[in-house]
Design a protein around this ligand. Structure first.
Ligand code: CDV
Length: 308
């Protein structure tokens, strides 16, 4: 069975004082809608359970530990796991993880239809900065509150498809997609929280930022012949605007479903994973066409070094 109805559950803004229970109720309402539409795999955004707190500065970062989850599932999220199991629906969502060793990660998980966490991913590419920077119109302190992920981009076979995850800024890096592409990925989910304004340049307007988002997801899907679900947390959060633009992209790089608003909204598409085979066996037949002898610099060098 190569066909499956997949969904993206876009979530509108979550304000500072909203509880996990309130957010989970919104997630379940979208899951109910998804079930009615025959969805059997549903993707939620990055950091679904809380406001996007890296826009705020805390001198003592421990003050923000209350935004993190120390176990998953926990009392607040268990009803989501239970509802998905009742529906036989797999799902993925992002949250902030505080490990028993005291490490902080921006994390997402894949949950099987049986309600088991079968893959965990910790965000690799953390944008922003670690100290308060007054020249910015607003702060983006992911580097202050999270460690770079230590999982790498793994995949898992779930519900008949090979699935992987990346989180927000990861979607802009072709390396993220290719590492999963090399493991035969057929569905990549990307949850995101993207401010509508560049905090160093007012000239980069929202249209351009949405274009770059879409360009990245379509290119990643096409170049690795995989489906992609990119799903936003968006709209106004604590007086800050984040763009919507949730999309489902097919293995040819075409947008096949698109959110129309900036609130809680479901997008769906009937994916046929057999369609991934064409690109993977022709133009992106990696075994036949890649030339790894010329790619060494990608891993040997991080930043640009001009030698000429
Ligand atoms: N949450 C993110 O990773 N946001 C970044 C913004 C800061 C550019 C993104 O790539 O969308």
């Amino acid at each position: 069975m190569s066909k499956m109805i997949i969904g993206g559950a876009q979530i509108g803004g979550i304000q500072k004082d909203e509880t996990r229970e309130e957010v989970v109720a919104r997630m379940i309402a979208l899951m109910d809608q998804a079930h009615e539409k025959g969805v059997t795999y549903l993707a939620y955004p990055e950091m679904t359970l809380t406001t996007f707190f890296p826009r705020f500065y805390a001198e003592d970062r421990a003050e923000f530990d209350h935004w993190f989850e120390t176990e998953m599932p926990n009392a607040a999220t268990q009803p989501l796991f239970d509802r998905a199991k009742e529906y036989g629906m797999g799902f993925t969502f992002g949250y902030c993880e505080l490990t028993p060793e005291g490490q902080h990660f921006n994390t997402s998980v894949i949950v099987s239809p049986e309600g088991e966490i079968i893959l965990k991913y910790r965000k690799t590419h953390l944008p922003g900065h670690s100290e308060y920077e007054p020249e910015r119109t607003h702060q983006h302190l992911e580097k202050r509150y999270f460690l770079p992920g230590d999982t790498g981009f793994n995949v898992v076979r779930n519900q008949g498809a090979i699935m992987g995850m990346s989180i927000c800024n990861d979607r802009r890096w072709p390396e993220s997609w290719r590492v999963m592409g090399l493991q035969g990925v057929e569905l990549v989910t990307v949850g995101y929280n993207t401010p509508s304004q560049n905090n160093l340049s007012a000239e980069e307007g929202i249209e351009r930022r949405i274009y770059h988002h879409e360009l990245s997801v379509c290119a990643g899907a096409y170049q690795n012949s995989t489906y992609a679900v990119a799903v936003a947390k968006c709209g106004m959060e604590d007086g800050n605007h984040m763009f919507a633009g949730s999309i489902i992209v097919d293995p040819d790089g075409f947008v096949v479903a698109r959110a129309t608003g900036e609130g809680d909204e479901l997008i769906t598409h009937e994916a046929d994973f057999a369609k991934c085979a064409f690109g993977k066996s022709t133009i992106f037949n990696f075994a036949a066409h890649r030339r790894t002898e010329h790619y060494g610099l990608i891993c040997a060098r991080t930043g640009v070094q001009i030698d000429v």
